[in-house]
Ligand binder design. Structure first.
Ligand SMILES: [Zn+2]
Length: 203
């Protein structure tokens, strides 16, 4: 089990057949998650293609997560949380923190994405795909309005994915501390993650 420190990101190779678990150690931490084809960084899990496939604006255990050509890259196997995950809200970035009044630098999921991939020697496309925001609670009202609410996940809640191809998963422990994204206390925390299982063999 590895630990992703509060406010930071990491790129995790997960070979086809292996499983990745992400555990919400403290309970209310949102984790921005992306998955790229390990052999072609222009292929990535696409949130809209995924919800088009599932027919709902969230993901549930049993769903497959698709790329922009509608080919599944990951299977979502298990979810011990209440099942609230967001596919709509873009990553936080420095522009968002400017809107919130921050004048200097503020850690953000966009920079975590690029820094984690650079540290893994992977050159991604020059934009940040829409993340899967694990444990993020964004209720959609009947009139279509959305709001970001504190998560309802609990300490130890866990999600598990199986790689259907060799992928690089990027995780960012969201550093949002000015809105209740990571709980009413607005204190970002770390999360635990682990890759288990045998690879099916390289493509
Ligand atoms: Zn964030």
């Amino acid at each position: 089990m590895a630990y992703l420190s509060a406010r930071t990101g990491v790129a995790v190779p997960v070979a086809a057949g292996q499983q990745l678990t992400v555990t919400n150690t403290h309970g209310q931490q949102v984790v921005d998650m992306w998955a790229l084809d390990a052999h072609d960084a222009s292929r990535f899990v696409s949130a809209p293609h995924t919800w088009m496939r599932t027919g709902r604006l969230s993901i549930r255990a049993g769903d497959e997560l698709s790329d922009t050509a509608r080919r599944p890259l990951l299977a979502f196997d298990e979810d011990t949380s209440s099942g609230e995950h967001d596919l709509l809200i873009p990553s936080c970035d420095i522009a968002r923190y400017r809107e919130l009044g921050v004048e200097g630098y503020h850690d953000n999921c966009r920079d975590n994405y690029f820094e984690a991939l650079a540290a893994a020697d992977i050159e991604p496309l020059p934009f940040v795909p829409q993340p899967l925001n694990l444990f993020m609670r964004v209720p959609i009202a009947a009139d279509g309005s959305v709001s970001i609410q504190p998560p309802v996940s609990k300490p130890g809640d866990r999600v598990r994915f199986t790689a259907l191809e060799d992928v690089i998963v990027v995780l960012s422990a969201c550093p949002q501390d000015l809105a209740p994204t990571n709980g009413p206390g607005r204190v970002p925390t770390g999360v635990a993650y682990e890759v288990v299982g045998a690879a099916e063999g390289a493509r």
